[in-house]
Design a protein around this ligand. Structure first.
Ligand code: C5P
Length: 416
């Protein structure tokens, strides 16, 4: 499981009831892990399996993981009214079919209802119970025009089709068609269910440290982990935005659905940010950009020659990405909303207010740098025209979601 998902698990789906459908395929083993993650995230899970799925994993295993008896047959006599397809579909906040086989998708495309799972998908109230499909199949089956036609049809009929992964397949071949991993499925479901106040907005985020080369093997960097910026990118995507994340050198997984641009130096981050800011509606600068870089990076490794002489490093100032973007004509015209961060070690409010003025941004987010670098939690102070708002101590995941809501309110003009 990736770091972002680890941060998100506890309670994120509390109060949600998910019908987890399994159709036949080797990826059924991932559905078992997905079920476990759903439960861990606080959801209640009702598993429904096709006959084919029961060839790959037993209902007993899925019952043990979900804590509820599994449904397979539409003739199951347990429901008092004998209408499992109606009862199960109406209770659900979402139906997720993982794996969704080629045959199952074909059944949906035709509106067929020969088995309980297809029947309840057809019987679901289409406006209030979303259907998510996680396809899983061999690459040739995936690429076949019939499958692609069926996928387009089910999407047009209101299903939300998740992507597939590229890689080794159970059949021994290699290509597109693998089902997403359990953690990826969870991330997609959480994103799907999140409110969408940034729908239609394009958000640009910078994150992490920069690396300023001294020579080909040495450089200057800082302790920024990038976690806050990555969490913000994820939260903005969940809120419906198209997100580009410009990342300095960090080892964090890319949030799903986010376009990532990796850079090293401040100058490269600057070039990437200035270019992409032209198409953005919101710019959130969380990166800890080096203020200075060595004036002349050596082409070859600087050698210790035994003389005891130490190299003299001279520095030049790096471009201030945020200040430059915030002073661009689009930002000045109100077409690009800029948010800055300030990592301070004391006097948070005064320093954040001063930085807000200096950078020329409508919203400046202050935090205590040494207390947060590398950590999974933080506390934020939002400083804008209206004054200061505290986002008290919480995980970076939660703070990122709250900050994105705050930004969305300000951008939509609904802010008090
Ligand atoms: O000036 P200082 O580094 O304290 O400002 C922090 C804010 O400015 C952060 O939002 C950071 O991402 C941004 N910044 C920048 N380019 C720099 C320095 C800081 O975008 N060269």
């Amino acid at each position: 499981m990736n770091a972002n998902t680890t941060q998100s698990v506890a309670g994120e789906l509390a109060g949600r009831h998910i019908v987890l459908g399994l159709s036949g395929g080797a990826a059924c083993f991932k559905a078992a892990e997905f079920c476990r993650l759903l439960i861990k995230a606080g959801a209640t899970v009702q598993v429904v399996m096709t006959e084919a799925a029961c060839q790959f994993i037993t209902p007993v295993a899925m019952q043990a993981l979900s804590g509820r008896p599994v449904y397979v047959s539409q003739w199951d006599a347990r429901p008092d009214n004998n209408m499992a397809h109606i009862n199960l579909s109406r209770e659900a906040d979402a139906i997720v079919v993982a794996p969704a086989s080629a045959d199952f998708i074909a059944q949906l495309a035709q509106g067929r209802a020969g088995e309980l799972l297809a029947l309840l998908c057809l019987a679901r109230p289409i406006e209030s119970v979303p259907l998510l499909l996680a396809p899983a199949m061999n690459r040739e089956m995936w690429a076949h025009p019939a499958t692609q036609r069926n996928l387009a049809q089910v999407a047009q009929d209101g299903a939300f089709v998740l992507g597939v992964a590229h890689g080794d397949q159970a059949c021994g071949e290699f290509g597109d068609g693998r089902m997403l991993e359990a953690a990826g499925l969870l991330e997609e479901l959480i994103a799907f269910l999140a409110p969408k106040p940034l729908l239609g907005q394009s958000v640009l985020v910078t994150a992490g440290p920069t690396f300023e080369a001294i020579d080909p093997v040495r450089g200057i960097t800082n302790l920024s982990s990038g976690k806050m910026g990555f969490a913000i990118a994820r939260a903005a995507r969940e809120a419906g935005a198209e997100v580009t994340l410009i990342a300095g050198p960090v080892h964090l997984p890319t949030p799903r659905g986010v376009q990532r641009v990796d850079v090293d130096s401040a100058r490269r981050m600057h070039a990437a940010a200035v270019e992409r800011a032209q198409d953005a509606d919101i710019f959130i600068a969380t990166a800890a950009v080096a203020d200075w870089r060595p004036a002349n990076a050596a082409e070859h490794k600087i050698k210790k020659d035994g003389s005891g002489e130490v190299p003299a490093l001279a520095f030049v100032e790096n471009p201030d990405i945020l200040a430059e973007v915030a002073h661009s004509p689009r930002a000045q015209a109100g077409e690009l909303y800029c948010v800055g961060f300030a990592a301070e070690s004391q006097d948070l409010l005064a320093n954040a207010q001063a930085k807000r003025a200096r950078k020329g941004v409508p919203l400046l987010v202050g935090n205590i740098g040494p207390a947060t670098f590398g950590k999974d939690d933080n506390a934020l102070l939002l400083v804008d025209d209206e004054g200061a708002t505290e986002l008290p101590h919480a995980s970076k995941r939660v703070l990122a979601q709250q900050l994105v809501q705050e930004i969305a309110r300000r951008v939509s003009g609904l802010d008090a």
